[in-house]
Ligand binder design. Sequence first.
Ligand code: GNR
Ligand code: NI
Length: 179
Amino acid sequence: MTTLAILEYPDPRLRTKAVPIDAVDDAVRRLADDMLETMYASRGIGLAATQVDVHRRLLVCDVSPEHNRPVVLVNPELVLREAPAICEEGCLSLPGIYASVERAQTIRVRALGRDGAPFEMAAEGLGAICIQHEMDHLEGRLFVDYLSELKRQLIRRRLEKERRQRANTGERSARATVT
Ligand code: GNR
Ligand code: NI
């Protein structure tokens, strides 16, 4: 397995709308496995193919406390969304940036699994939020799109500054909550 490079905001490739996958073959399974490895290595709870510059409808997530419940969703479709909830989100494509976003608290999603078979699953809380966040990536949408242009500008500047500092010191970015 391989860890893949994650695109970072404001990379325009993050705006690409992903196309459906017509067959879950070995190449798709390999990509899903590499995405899971990348997600775990980055301490993320989800990853969309868009973030690794593959513009196909595939996402992975694992919101379990032991990080031992990987989920692979191919061509996911929401069949139910209910009960709005506001939750603070982060994104591996915006390292260190956190902001509150409104999502549905409960969802049902229909998708193909790693084996290519269709299935439906219910998710709530963090699992539901994560799947909606990943499905947004597949549309070329990011959580900062729900914020004002002023806040997005602040975030762009902060990320630029952090990247300059990371390049100089090799250190991780500090946490910043944008309210
Ligand atoms: O790791 C992640 N954490 C997270 C926290 C709250 C809401 C959504 C997420 S997804 C994010 C990983 C990521 O960027 N997926 O696209
Ligand atoms: Ni993300």
